[in-house]
Each structure stands twice: as C-alpha cells, then as structure tokens.
Design a protein around this ligand. Structure first.
Ligand SMILES: [Zn+2]
Length: 358
C-alpha cells in the first residue's frame, strides 16, 4: 500500500478509518473528510435541543440527510487506501449525534416507536435544518353528558340531530385536547350517537381519539377533561385504533307520547315481548340490532317512560316514532301512534362487563 502523507485528517476520522499503514502528516480539525465534525456536534445538538424545547417526551429517534461531499471525501480516501467494509461517515455521524443528544436532553433513543422523530439535513458547511414529526397517539375513554343541549337548528331530521350533537361534543373535546397536547390534528370516533337533548350517564359513551403532531407525550395514564356539562374520562393509550369496534349494550330511558289514552293492558303487552331483532336501514345498508328488554312506566294517560336494554347503535327515535326504516316499531306493539319526546342513555356496557343493571 502506498503511503500518502498529504491527507489532513482529524482524530475522529483517523480512528474511524483505523488504517495501520497510514500515518497522517498532520492531525487537524479542518479535516479533509468530515470538515471538522467533532467541533460541530455540540452546536448541532444544541440546535436540536432548541427546536425540541416545547416537546414533552421520553423517547426520540434521529434521521439524517448528509451532503454528498462528506461521502465523496470518504470514498476518495478509502479507495486511495483500499479500505473496505468500514462503517460509512453517515452512520458514524448519526450514532454520535444520537448519543450526544441523548446525553444533552436526558431522553432515550427508541428506534421502533419513538415519540418524536428528528430529521436532520446537514449541508456542506454544517448548515443544519431540523424537521420534527411525532408519533400518532390513540386515546380511549368515555364521556358523560350531564346537561341537555339546547339546539336552535330548525332541521329536526333524526340524522341531523345526532350529527349536530356529535359535532358539538367533538368540538369541545378537540379544543381541550389541542390545547393540552398542542396538536393541530385530532380525529374523534365515538361508539354511537345520541341527540342534543339526551343525557349520557352511567359509565358514559366509549370513544377513541387519535392525535397527530402532538408535542406532549408525558401524559398521565388516566385523566379527565370537563367542559360545559361534559366529562371526558381518558382511560387508556393505544398504539392504533382497534381493528373492529368492541361490542356494547346500552340502557336507554325514553319519554314517549301517544295519540290516544293508554290503558294498562297496552303496557302489559310491552313488558312481555321478549328479545326482539329489529332490522333497519342506514347509509351503509341493512343493519340488525337486538332489543333485550323493555319496561314501561306510565307517567300520565298520554305519556309513558320506556326503558330499553338494546345493542349500542340501536336507532331509538326511529323505533319509537315509527317514521324510520325499522322493521318493528313501538306503534306496532301498542297499536297507538307514538312519538319520542327525548331519550337518555343510562349506561353503556361491554359484553365482558357484568349485566346491565335494570
Ligand atoms: Zn474528520
């Protein structure tokens, strides 16, 4: 191997090349391979520290796009001295930056599922650009609604009422979470809907929420958000949404008005109907839900309270009003025209939970 004393290398590069046959004529900081990376690393890491200062996290990963001149310099040197199979300059720089940044920030490297990802672009003269991204978080929880909403919309179609209520709840949650987690991208997925006037009691309605580009990761395991009659209890943090929504049963209490006076026999009939399978049509096509139990309590000659235990997602108003697509409706059972004044969700339980209390 020919000797070449013209190369000016720094200690860092010399160690990396590990060439016994090569003795540099000078150890310099202005290295011909790395342009003096060692004197820049502190500055680069402090720059990253500055960019990440608003993030609350425990784990990170750093990626790197390095100017081609670094590779070119190293390739030239290595081909000159026939050095093969050594770690390339990008891998070395990246490893040292990760190590240094971990020490400075006191955070852990996690290459499989980091909370924040820092992408560095390093130019020829160490001009550094830092691009941040963060892991999508999925939280699961339940909300309770203790106040009836007043809606001034003149559109009383069932679907609109349900959607209006959902949008309201979504907005409240989104504003609260985006302030708390400093995220601008929040997606809300409730399991089922109720009307603006409906209360949601008991354990509350299950929901998921996915949060992108968050800056805050060191959340408590469980926490609650309260706002205008709504309480969101966050219970879990998941890697992704569940592949299929879990199965739930709900207990509903509705106030029903009827066209004609009720005699006791009518309500007796409802108490003994047994389990019913009700078919109805949604935007996605036909659907079927079970009603497991119905109980009636007379409130006045033309009003009664109907308590139902049914699958979550059962279309309560359509079933009572009889104007929807349900295969059986309440009017069919008591032979009187019925209308739903309002309904409340008393509880929602999963299949695994114990029986719904009656
Ligand atoms: Zn060097």
């Amino acid at each position: 191997m020919k000797r070449n004393f013209l190369y000016k290398l720094c200690n860092w590069c010399l160690k990396r090349q590990n060439v016994k046959s090569y003795s540099p004529n000078e150890i310099v900081e202005d290295c011909q391979i790395c342009h003096g990376f060692e004197s820049q690393i502190e500055k680069i890491c402090k720059n990253v520290l500055q960019v990440t200062k608003d993030y609350r996290y425990d784990t990170f990963q750093i990626g790197l796009t390095l100017d081609h001149s670094f590779y070119d310099n190293e390739d030239k040197f290595r081909s000159r001295f026939r050095i093969r199979g050594k770690e390339n300059i990008k891998t070395s720089i990246l490893r040292d930056i990760r190590k240094k940044f971990s020490k400075l920030s006191n955070k852990r490297v996690d290459s499989s599922s980091p909370e924040i990802t820092i992408n560095l672009q390093i130019g020829k003269k160490f001009e550094t650009n830092v691009i941040m991204s963060s892991k999508t978080m999925v939280l699961s929880g339940r909300y309770i609604k203790t106040k009836r909403l007043k809606v001034t919309s003149n559109d009383s179609r069932n679907g609109d009422r349900l959607d209006l209520n959902q949008h309201h709840i979504e907005n409240v949650l989104r504003i609260k979470l985006s302030n708390l987690l400093q995220s601008n991208s929040i997606t809300y997925w409730p399991l089922g809907k109720e009307e603006p006037r409906s209360l949601v009691l008991g354990n509350g309605r299950p929901f998921y929420v996915s949060i992108k580009n968050s800056k805050i990761f060191n959340l408590k395991e469980t926490f609650s958000i309260r706002s205008s009659g709504l309480v969101f209890n966050i219970k879990d943090r998941l890697p992704t949404y569940p592949a299929a929504p879990p199965f739930y049963i709900k207990k509903v209490k509705a106030l029903v008005s009827v066209s004609e006076k009720i005699v006791t026999l009518d309500s007796d009939f409802i108490q003994n109907t047994g389990i019913k399978l009700v078919e109805f049509v949604t935007q996605r096509g036909k659907n079927w839900k079970f009603v497991y139990d119905m109980q009636v309590k007379l409130k006045s000659p033309r009003k009664f309270e109907l308590t139902m235990i049914c699958d979550n997602g059962f279309p309560v108003r359509e079933f009572i009003d009889g104007r929807g697509s349900t295969s059986t409706c309440l009017s069919d059972l008591i032979h009187k025209e019925c209308s739903c004044d309002y309904f409340d969700i008393m509880n929602i339980v999963s299949e695994d939970d114990c029986q719904v209390s009656k």
